[in-house]
Write a protein that binds this ligand. Sequence first.
Ligand SMILES: Nc1ncnc2c1ncn2[C@@H]1O[C@H](COP(=O)(O)OP(=O)(O)O)[C@@H](O)[C@H]1O
Ligand SMILES: [Mg+2]
Length: 251
Amino acid sequence: MPMDDHAHAQVPVTEPPSTAAVQVRGLVKSFGSGETTVTVLKSIDLDVYFGELLLLVGESGGGKTTLLSAIAGILDIDAGTLDVLGASLTEMPPNARTRFRGQRMGFIFQQFNLLPSLTAAENVAIPLLIHGLQKKEALSRGRLMLERVGLGDRTEFLPRNLSGGQQQRVAVARALVNDPQLLVCDEPTAALDGPNGQKIMELIRDVGRAPDRCVIVVTHDSRVFQFGDRMAELTDGRIVGIHPIQKEAMA
Ligand SMILES: Nc1ncnc2c1ncn2[C@@H]1O[C@H](COP(=O)(O)OP(=O)(O)O)[C@@H](O)[C@H]1O
Ligand SMILES: [Mg+2]
């Protein structure tokens, strides 16, 4: 912006500071006990802002999945604080945390975690049924969501009759069907070919672009980088760097 634009402004031309949707402070997590204790997260500080898609990268075994699970409230932590969507996860009793997660977050895991005896549409409808929606309405919204991920012709298939990539798209549809404010994705394109990966990332990014939402994506896939706003690197149990993504450099 040219400098003298500022002169015409009634108020200082500064963006209002984005509010943190996720605020992690001093997070420590170990596995095992005694001499076999391994401290995977040594002291994590991280802010994720509303309206952004944050990429989380780092070496395999470095603790990325562990950090996502902690942010999702699935994993108990040893020390530190976790504030998510305006609530303190660390102070919430376990059943309130489970309810909070179901209502406000969506997850896409490395393993698809689909229920094998349910059709694609039924799998996608699960979060809606948990919310008390009638089965017919839940299934019809499930089918619509499947259309959005390109599986409109597979809604009544069982997972075992879908390819790995199609199963991943069912998992994505299930994570999005609840319209979550925080979407957490663990290597969401790992099983997808180029065009399908692109489609899924566009969907995921659109959720994050809303001003009252945010997305965290763990990935190794350099094709995913262009969809991120910032990239954080997790090394040796700490966030060692966090920087904006230069979109121009990535045509
Ligand atoms: N439930 C668990 N019990 C014991 N060790 C675990 C458990 N979950 C993860 N770990 C260990 O924590 C480390 C980080 O794992 P993970 O978070 O899956 O890394 P990443 O996702 O970055 O590959 C690994 O050494 C892994 O073996
Ligand atoms: Mg992992």
